[in-house]
Every structure is written in structure tokens, then in C-alpha cells.
Design a protein around this ligand. Structure first.
Ligand code: SAH
Length: 351
């Protein structure tokens, strides 16, 4: 798939370098199409219409009953579809949850996207354009009765469909564009990964990888339990993650950069006092880790969410052992927009 930049260079092989910058600025301006991008010469705008202004097209929007979560079904090239989510956050602004792939190859047993399998990677344009789509939506089309907060998008989480580190280059490109062209800083962007260790290692030395926050989906500090629910887990994942996390914190600990471990709470699977103890022991060996407990969101009949009392006891046990932990608020479960519920059963996604 050709990027917008490549398409532009083919259309205008002799343009000076500043021209692409001008076009990229226009894409992130308040213009709603090439016609409104008046910083670009009119003659050029006509030819630019061959390049899609937005590489994601709206197919459907669902809004949760409380108006705080909006889920978009978006068409992407090749008749494929993805989901992307806009959520009201505690800063009085919006957080967007962005997809990095059509489907996902990781097959995590509790995740709806995992059941789809992988269709293809998204391009950096398609990742960036989810932000541009939500920006236009929140500024222009958000119905007033759903405008519970300002239209500003303050945070981005790459936690939608897909495994971002399995699409490393495109995700990295998208992050760099978002950092260059929006007012969102690196500590307000989080990339969530299942924990592909070679890619996590690469981040440590990659000068082009920006200092965004990272969250690793741990889900169990007991190797056999993790392997059971995250089938792509490596043998000896935990010692590998521990080594990597210590190095990461050594390099980045001074940049207000804690590391997050995500932990989905599955009844009778990973929520016992023994699991809580194993988690605090593991975390305390590493250092500045924030644990984010995610009550399981329904994706089928295989699992149940841990009881509230169990989640509280697990949380208390972590805190008693000096582990900082929060329980993630579920957003948009009534429109299947919560963590792990993004899934498309469009037959075109399975060609
Ligand atoms: N591939 C990335 C992004 C996944 S979605 C990753 O693995 O991190 C973000 C988080 O939601 C991950 O921690 C994921 O494990 C979790 N998740 C997946 N299914 C879930 C479900 N049904 N309920 C709650 N959390 C879920």
C-alpha cells in the first residue's frame, strides 16, 4: 500500500521538499478536505484529490448510553474494516484508542480481536488518520448532547485492534507524525504490547523510537498461567521481561517514565492470593512499575470477570506489598467498545 507521501512524490516528482511539509500541515489543520487546504496552491489542490484526504472512512458510529464512549467502525483500503474508540477522560478531554492492525495474530484467549486472526497491518497513514478522524468528529460532528467535555483529544492509547509491536515500523512512523503534528506529548501516548521481547529490546537502542509510555500485557507472573491465556508467550518469558524492564528503567526511568503492566482479571484463572503474591514479588524485583488491573470484559463464554471483592482483595494485597496499582474503569461495554471487545465479523476481513 502506498503512503500519502509516496503518492505525492509520484504526482509531483519535482517539488521542493518544503511542499510535503506544507501538505502535512494542511492535513492536521482545521481544513476538512483538499478544497479547504488554502495554504496549498489551487492548481496543486486539484491534482491532490487523487490522494485520499482521509484514509479511513466512516461506516458506523455507536455511542454508549452515558455519552462517554464513541466507537467508530471504519473502512480501510481493500474492503477491510477496523474499530477505533473515543472516550471521555478525567482531564475533561478525550482519549482515543487506536488500532494498529486489521485483526491480530496473537490469539490471546480472552480477547475478541484475537479470535479474528490477522488480516493485515495498518499503514502509518491509517493509524494517524484515526486521530484525524476523531479530531474532525469531536470538533465538528460530535452531537452537542454528547459534548460532555471539550472537543480536545489529550491522550492516545495504541490499545485497539492488533499488536502494535508486530507492526513496528508503521506504528513508529505514526507516533513520530503524531508527536510532530499535534500538541500531544510523548507522556500522553501509550503503546500497549503483548510483550514481543525482540521488539522491546529494539526499542532500547532505536534512536527513532520516541519516548512514549509503554504498557506490557503481563496477565500473570506465573509462567504456566501466562502461557495458558497468552498462547504466544515465550518459554522463560518472565525472566526475559524482568531483564528487559530493568534495562528500560535504567535508560528511561528519569523521564517520568514508569512502566505499566496490564493484568486482566479472570475469575479462577489469575486472581487468587497466590497470583497476587507472585505479581508483587515479580514487580518488586524490577522497580518502578505501575500495575493496571483490568476487570475482564465479556467476549464469549470462556471466561468470567473476577468478583468485585476478589479484585479489591487482589488490589489490597498488591498495595500491602508496596506495588502501585489501579483498577481500570470499563468504558463503553454497552456498545462492545471496552478493552478486548473490538472485533469485526465482516467476511472481507477474512479473505
Ligand atoms: N495487543 C496489545 C493491545 C491489546 S488491547 C496488547 O496485547 O497489549 C489492550 C489491553 O486489553 C491488553 O492488556 C489486553 O490484554 C486487554 N484485554 C484484551 N481482552 C480483554 C478483555 N476481554 N477484557 C479486559 N481486557 C482485555
Amino acid at each position: 500500500m502506498e503512503t500519502r507521501k509516496t503518492q505525492f512524490e509520484k504526482l509531483f516528482p519535482n517539488e521542493p521538499a518544503f511542499r510535503w511539509k506544507q501538505i502535512e500541515d494542511a492535513l492536521f489543520s482545521s481544513a476538512n478536505g483538499w478544497d479547504e487546504a488554502t495554504t496549498i496552491p489551487k492548481s496543486m489542490r486539484e491534482s491532490l484529490k487523487e490522494i485520499p484526504w482521509l484514509s479511513v472512512g466512516l461506516a458506523n458510529i455507536q455511542v454508549s448510553a452515558n455519552g462517554e464512549t464513541h466507537k467508530a467502525l471504519l473502512n480501510v483500503e481493500g474492503g477491510k474494516q477496523i474499530e477505533s474508540v473515543l472516550m471521555a477522560n478525567r482531564r475533561g478531554a478525550w482519549t482515543i484508542c487506536v488500532s494498529s492492525q486489521v485483526g491480530c495474530a496473537m490469539r490471546c484467549s480472552f480477547c475478541a480481536t484475537g479470535k479474528m486472526g490477522l488480516t493485515r497491518n495498518l499503514s502509518s497513514d491509517e493509524i494517524v488518520d484515526q486521530y484525524r478522524f476523531w479530531k474532525m468528529y469531536s470538533e465538528n460532528t460530535l452531537p452537542p448532547d454528547h459534548l460532555t467535555t471539550s472537543p480536545r483529544i489529550s491522550n492516545i492509547v495504541i490499545m485497539g485492534m492488533g499488536e502494535p509491536l508486530a507492526n513496528y515500523e508503521e506504528v513508529r512512523g505514526a507516533l513520530n507524525t503524531l508527536l510532530a503534528k499535534t500538541d500531544i506529548g510523548p507522556t500522553h501516548i501509550t503503546v500497549s504490547t503483548v510483550g514481543i521481547l525482540p521488539r522491546l529490546e529494539q526499542i532500547l537502542t532505536d534512536k527513532q523510537w520516541p519516548p512514549v509510555r509503554l504498557a506490557v500485557s503481563l496477565h500473570s507472573a506465573i509462567e504456566s498461567t501466562r502461557k495458558q491465556i497468552v498462547p504466544t508467550s515465550y518459554d522463560e518469558f518472565l525472566p526475559g521481561l524482568e531483564r528487559w524492564a530493568k534495562n528500560y528503567l535504567k535508560l528511561h526511568g528519569n523521564r517520568r517514565h514508569h512502566l505499566t503492566f496490564e493484568y486482566v482479571m479472570l475469575k479462577g484463572v489469575n486472581d487468587s492470593p497466590t497470583h497476587a503474591k507472585a505479581l508483587s514479588t515479580f514487580v518488586n524485583r524490577i522497580g518502578r512499575i505501575k500495575v493496571n488491573l483490568i476487570p475482564y470484559n465479556l467476549t464469549g463464554v470462556d471466561f468470567e470477570r473476577s468478583d468485585d471483592t476478589t479484585i479489591t482483595a487482589f488490589h489490597d494485597s498488591l498495595q500491602k506489598n508496596n506495588v502501585t496499582a489501579t483498577v481500570r474503569r470499563a468504558m463503553g461495554a454497552d456498545i462492545t467498545a471496552a478493552c478486548g471487545q473490538l472485533s469485526i465479523d465482516n467476511p472481507a476481513n477474512f479473505d
